[in-house]
Design a protein around this ligand. Structure first.
Ligand SMILES: C[S@@+](CC[C@H](N)C(=O)[O-])C[C@H]1O[C@@H](n2cnc3c(N)ncnc32)[C@H](O)[C@@H]1O
Length: 304
């Protein structure tokens, strides 16, 4: 809890946002103005950009002060608010499970595009390392007929991904609900181990945002990451690429001929991963960039 109230009771929302922005800036939060706006909107339930002169509801003040103190202590915004936007969806976030990032929306979008073009009424998509279920939920919401199987070896992630999948299915996580005839199951286990062996050689898309950071990076992580994302969600072995390499090897075995693997990657390692994909026997290898121009994903196909 903060010692004093950062915002005076009944302050207009623009004043509340300005004061909170200053507090967050002083605490070293990287995007203080945006976070201040999201905190006010999330706690007060009113958009301060659209209603700048509306007074902050008195009843919201204690919760807002508490939320500001948590953000100033560098707790991720998504864990304070309990949700994260992801493409058209609003996903529930919980402590102990990796918070979905905006850059992963691009990876999910690549998978949606490929799955929509497969030409089958029921494209089969596997998403190991699902975390909150973000990528799998987006695909189930956007690809008619998709049969999506997600896995994670962390039971807390599986529990949360199932909860998010259920919210999407019921249409409470965003406007679309599940796309027509789409299905999504979430299973506990290592990478593709939980999948029905009969799917081997039949996956149309294998998409993942696996752990891909080297262990040596830990000292450079922002407090939001170091103290709140599980280490097992971030570190992909000593060199960072053990899980990426394992998935490329699995892709060569589990994809249907012509099927596509899409993996989020460390932006410093695009050329390395392209080489590993070649080594795994994949073809049509491309490194996709994100909106900042950084290498963000490897896209490759199992040869026909
Ligand atoms: C970087 S997070 C990505 C979560 C989610 N896909 C997203 O993009 O927000 C990686 C996830 O992979 C899971 N994980 C790590 N190693 C795994 C493995 N060998 N098999 C299955 N899941 C694994 C972690 O528990 C974590 O939830």
């Amino acid at each position: 809890m903060v010692a004093t109230s950062p915002v005076r009771p009944d302050a207009p929302l623009h004043e509340a946002v300005a004061r909170i922005t200053g507090m967050l800036r002083d605490a070293g939060v990287p995007s203080p103005a945006a976070d201040a706006r999201w905190l006010v909107q999330g706690i007060a339930g009113v958009d301060p950009h659209r209603h700048p002169d509306t007074p902050l509801p008195r009843a919201a003040l204690p919760a807002l002060n508490d939320a500001v103190a948590r953000r100033a202590a560098r707790e991720p915004l998504q864990l304070i608010l309990g949700t994260a936007p992801f493409r058209a969806l609003e996903l529930v976030c919980r402590p102990g499970v990796f918070v979905p990032r905006p850059e992963t929306e691009i990876v999910a979008g690549l998978a949606v595009d490929v799955a929509q073009r497969v030409g089958s009424p029921a494209p089969i998509v596997a998403e190991p390392c699902t975390g909150t279920g973000a990528i799998a939920c987006a695909i189930a919401a956007e690809v008619p007929g998709a049969r999506v199987i997600a896995t994670d070896r962390d039971p807390a992630a599986v529990h949360l991904a199932r909860h998010n999948a259920d919210r999407v299915r019921r249409g409470v996580a965003g406007p679309p609900g599940f796309a027509r005839a789409a299905t999504l199951t979430v299973q506990t286990g290592d990478l593709l181990d939980p999948l029905d062996p009969e799917l081997r050689g039949h996956l149309d898309v294998l998409v993942a945002n696996p752990p891909y950071l080297p262990a040596d990076d830990r000292d450079s992580w922002a407090p939001e990451v170091a103290a709140h994302d599980p280490d097992t969600a971030l570190v992909g072995g000593a060199d960072g690429h053990e899980v990426v390499n394992a998935l490329l090897t699995l892709a060569a075995r589990w994809l249907a001929p012509g099927g596509t693997v899409i993996l989020e990657i460390d932006e410093r390692r695009g050329a390395d991963v392209a080489g590993a994909a070649r080594h795994a026997g994949l073809s049509s290898i491309e490194v996709a960039r994100d909106l900042t121009g950084a290498d963000r994903a490897i896209v490759a196909r199992r040869p026909v």
